[in-house]
Design a protein around this ligand. Structure first.
Ligand code: FE2
Length: 321
């Protein structure tokens, strides 16, 4: 479904909180906070200042290649026939309702989403169907054993604790293909817009499975932009049949000051849920595969009209099982 990326929205300005056992991911200013165990103090300060942190070589090349092979295998086995694919990639019209159902039902499943530029003017796929996918989503971390193992490690658990989680819950995952030539851009957004909790707690864990460059559509982010109020919230309409946007601020995010987040395979990029970020199209001949997990704090209130609905109590954290 075009226009959806991860999920986003409420107006919780990132502000320092008092000390004590204050959960969640807003900057914490307290001399009694525990020392980080995975990150250095400097890395933690950088994350809190910028709203993102790039951690090269977090995952091994071997682990990335295993996940890559599994992503391709899932794509090949799960991709629907092209005649059905045109239904849920159609913009509006007859296919719109089916497309919305397909997307809104994907929160606890592994489903396939096509690139819109994968179709020619006659509506035919330009290549084999599984090579035309934009992404798989949105519960690979719970529905596939390979992705489940990649998503839960002692290092990830320690990292989550370092950045302020008390009880992280893995809510959403996506395998993003950013296919050569047709990989589409993702416009500037925040992930909290789509995965709204009160207080704000969403954090993205983005893994470069292939090298991400400015040529093949790497991410860009606005340093410190997580201190701005989130401008838009995506939520279900009253009939719960499609997602709609509540706009709190029509002023676009600044377009100057964005920095490119080029990343070698195995790099992990942490993204505060309120951080404006985007990625460009992939007009190169190189794929740009990535895997991303979005986690929320277990005690935060997960809004009942967020598009993705799962029982938070049943979601698990980063600790290996
Ligand atoms: Fe995002």
């Amino acid at each position: 479904m075009r226009g959806y990326c991860a999920g986003t929205l409420p107006q919780t300005p990132a502000s320092s909180q008092a000390c004590g056992k204050t959960p969640f991911t807003q900057p914490l200013a307290c001399e009694f906070l525990p020392m980080p165990t995975y990150l250095s103090n400097t890395q933690l300060e950088t994350y809190r200042r910028d709203g993102f942190l790039v951690l090269p070589e977090f995952a091994s090349a071997e682990a990335c290649l295993k996940i890559r092979a599994q992503g391709m295998a899932l794509a090949a086995s799960l991709v629907p026939p092209p005649e059905k694919a045109t239904v849920f990639t159609a913009d509006g019209g007859e296919g719109g309702h089916v497309a919305d159902d397909y997307f809104l039902g994907s929160g606890g499943d592994i489903r396939c989403f096509f690139e819109k530029d994968a179709f020619d003017t006659a509506g035919q796929l330009r290549a084999d169907a599984h090579l035309c996918l934009n992404k798989l989503g949105h519960a690979l971390h719970d529905r596939d054993e390979h992705f489940a193992a990649f998503s839960r490690t002692p290092e990830l658990a320690a990292l989550a604790t370092d950045i302020g989680f008390l009880d992280p819950r893995l809510l959403q995952s996506m395998y993003i293909f950013k296919q050569p030539r047709i990989g589409g851009e993702v416009s500037c957004h925040t992930d909290h817009t789509f995965l709204w909790t009160e207080p704000r707690s969403c954090v993205g864990f983005w893994f470069a499975i292939d090298d991400a460059t400015t040529e093949n559509g790497c991410m860009w982010a606005l340093p410190g932009g997580h201190h701005l109020p989130v401008k838009v919230r995506s939520r279900l309409n009253a009939e719960r049949t499609r997602a709609v946007m509540d706009v709190y601020d029509t002023e676009p995010y600044p377009t100057t000051g964005l920095v490119s987040l080029e990343a070698k395979r195995g790099t992990l990029v942490l993204l505060d849920g309120a951080l404006p970020h985007l990625s460009g199209p992939n007009h190169s001949a190189e794929p740009r595969h990535a895997y991303t997990i979005h986690a929320i704090e277990g005690a935060a209130r997960y809004l009942p009209d967020n598009w993705l609905q799962r029982e938070v109590a049943e979601l698990r954290g980063f600790a290996p099982v």
